[in-house]
Design a protein around this ligand. Structure first.
Ligand code: TMP
Ligand code: ASP
Length: 258
């Protein structure tokens, strides 16, 4: 296999140079981290599941006219994506109080919110992704106001759509995190959805039992992470047919990087 250039390694994914200009290969690792990587583990098969789940969600979003970086899946762990200039903001959309919102505001986890709430966090591992407002974002030039208007409108539309998509398979979409990037074609620039949408960056609760089917199982030492991710994939109809533990045993077999 041809050698290829590794451009960036994050906590859960690696980006390689793509086969054509303007493309990248997004590789899903099995690594799980929490609390700004203070807690780490390898969850065998997670990358395969997140690849499939994220592909499914991004394809569905493209279907309702949300532009995304996703081009196509290449194999069990890799996607061909458009290269974007990432806007250094994590956009969190919340429907139900959970996680940091409960700590910050003293709310009981599970309290439905009066309406969906959008929050922003500045992407900085050094600073632990601090919460920021649109004022910070525009004043420091991380994004322009018109870009933020587009990002909020798009995030709320994604939320409406995903609430329905997950409710259809008996899952409550509690909250999730999105990342956007600037995509340049000739002189034109568009804001498109990037990164991934998977149980790593969503809170997903079984509607009937309230069981957590997301990364909180890892963050809170509940165990059964892979079974939970598999359940999400199964309900969405995208569970890989081969035994993912078997596949996970050779995660890097097909890789050659420089
Ligand atoms: P939070 O309640 O910890 O702020 O998380 C809100 C949502 O954002 C939750 O679905 C998990 C996701 N998230 C990430 O994807 N990456 C992160 O670094 C953090 C802190 C949260
Ligand atoms: N991914 C994050 C980290 O390790 C935290 C999280 O998702 O809770 O920094």
């Amino acid at each position: 296999m041809a050698r290829r250039t590794r451009l960036y390694e994050g906590k859960a994914k690696i980006l390689y140079e793509g086969p054509e200009p303007g493309t990248l290969i997004q590789y899903f690792k099995d690594d799980a981290t929490a609390f700004n990587a203070e807690k780490k583990a390898e969850l065998k098969g997670k990358g395969v599941l997140n690849n499939r789940i994220s592909e499914h969600v991004f394809t569905a979003l493209e279907g309702i006219g949300i532009p995304t970086h996703f081009i196509r899946s290449l194999n069990m762990r890799e996607q061909l994506v458009r290269a974007v200039e990432i806007i250094p903001i994590e956009v969190v959309v919340r429907n139900v109080a959970a996680g940091s919102m409960c700590k910050r505001l003293g709310l009981e986890e599970g309290t439905p919110l009066p309406r969906s709430i959008v929050e922003y966090y500045y992407k900085s591992d050094e600073l632990g992704d601090p919460m920021v407002t649109e004022e910070h974002i525009t004043a420091f030039g991380w994004a322009y106001l018109d870009e933020m208007d587009e990002i909020v409108a798009s995030s709320l539309r994604i939320n409406d759509f995903l609430l329905g998509l997950f409710a259809g398979v008996g899952i409550k979409l509690v909250d999730f995190k999105l990342e956007f990037g600037r995509f340049y074609v000739d002189d034109d620039m568009r804001i498109i959805l990037a990164d991934e949408i998977s149980p790593d960056n969503c809170r997903l609760w079984d509607i009937k039992t309230g069981e957590k089917l997301d990364k909180d199982r890892f963050r809170r030492d509940l165990g059964g992470e892979i079974e939970a991710y598999q359940e999400v994939a199964r309900r969405l109809g995208v569970l890989p047919s081969a035994d993912i533990r078997e596949l996970a045993a050779h995660p890097k077999a097909k890789q050659a990087d420089s």
